[in-house]
Write a protein that binds this ligand. Structure first.
Ligand code: KG4
Ligand code: ZN
Length: 338
């Protein structure tokens, strides 16, 4: 089965061709082409939705064309008619204008070329980025989604049966890192810079609290951390070294609670794997800490698949081949875990 996948939920415009044989766990990424408007958003310190969607309108068709063409220098380009079995597209959650660009493009291609269309939940797809490695992920697994918009824990009993266990009550972890970074004067998105600066600290002298770490649930809250850090910053004139300390303490407070709750969920549901996805999964310190704290295999995607990309959308679709009628595929910014 070979799928053309499209992703436009936020600031990326991405298309990929992925394939998998029937009984395999390995998703092969034949091509992946992503065009990002992130440099534009770095100028304004955050995403302006209207601006993201306008750029996606411009990029969408060239990105799809490139994804079909890039397959191999030797072979002729892939054609939708002959080489693609189905189309997958992110239908939510995300920014409405951005989602509409991808959904309408995918619907048009599906109609014109008579290919089934599979709508995909962007959040679940972040976890399935791990299947591009053919990893030995075993059920039941705990899914941990950590991105700029979400922080969620899920229990997967099979590809088709999953339960939401808990999530953030306010800011997502990536959002909190970005807001704290902004307060510290770091470039957007701040997660990578916070990681880099935190690495420079070997003897930490500062601690912030990990919100809800003692609560008997699988929920998170990061807005309190943001406030605590802001209060700390506001009354001080920070040196570069102090900024590094704040980065270390912020990252530690956030990751301690994330790891603790993921391991608690794994223990409670006797999980055989933990599968991590989303932009914050690019953080190597988080990976190191997980590996130090548990024997359960913890899977992280390759860095290029932690950011928003169409390969992960195709990966989910390859395990969940459930086409919808075109009239039922709608951009849904509020989509959660249906
Ligand atoms: O998944 P993603 O690309 O977009 C959403 O769907 O939200 O995640 C973006 C988030 C940003 O908040 C960014 O700061 C964070 O991922 N991020 C990181 C790292 N790289 C990206 N956070 C911590 N450490 C990193 N290395
Ligand atoms: Zn995402």
């Amino acid at each position: 089965m070979r799928i053309l996948a499209i992703e436009t939920s936020c600031d990326e415009t991405s298309a990929a061709v992925v394939e998998k044989s029937h009984d395999s766990n390995l998703v092969e990424v034949l091509t992946l082409v992503t065009s990002s408007s992130l440099p534009e958003h770095a100028k304004t310190g955050g995403i302006i939705p209207e601006c993201a969607a306008r750029m996606q309108l411009e990029y969408m068709l060239p990105v799809v064309e490139e994804a079909l063409k890039k397959y191999s220098d030797q072979e002729p380009r892939l054609t939708l008619t002959q080489d693609i079995d189905a189309i997958a597209v992110t239908s939510g959650p995300g920014l409405i204008g951005s989602l509409l660009v991808g959904v309408e493009c995918a619907k048009t291609l599906s109609y014109v070329f008579e290919k089934p269309l599979i709508p995909v939940n962007h959040l679940l797809a972040h976890l399935y980025a791990n299947f591009t490695r053919g990893e030995k992920i075993q059920f039941p697994f705990i899914g941990l989604i950590i991105s700029g918009g979400h922080t969620d824990l899920l229990l997967f009993e099979s590809h088709h049966k999953y339960t939401w266990l808990g999530g953030t009550r306010d800011d997502a972890v990536g959002e909190a890192l970005d807001k704290i970074g902004r307060k510290l004067g770091l470039a957007y998105p701040a997660g990578p810079e916070i990681e880099k600066r935190a690495r420079k600290i070997s003897n930490p002298s500062l601690r912030f609290q990990s919100p809800l770490i003692g609560a008997d649930n699988f929920d998170f809250s990061f807005s309190g951390l943001k406030t605590e850090v802001a209060r700390y910053i506001d009354v001080r004139d920070l040196s570069e070294e102090d900024v590094n300390e704040v980065c270390f303490a912020t990252q530690k407070a956030a990751f301690d609670v994330i790891i603790k709750k993921a391991l608690k969920a794994a223990d409670k549901y006797m999980a055989r794997s933990i599968v991590v996805g989303g932009g914050v999964a690019a953080n190597l310190r988080l990976k190191e800490e997980f590996l130090e704290k548990t024997e359960i295999p913890v899977f992280f995607p390759e860095k290029k698949y932690t950011v928003d990309n169409a390969a992960m959308i195709g990966a989910w679709a390859l395990f969940n081949l459930e086409p919808s009628r075109l009239s039922e595929v709608l951009a849904n910014p509020e989509m959660y875990f249906a």
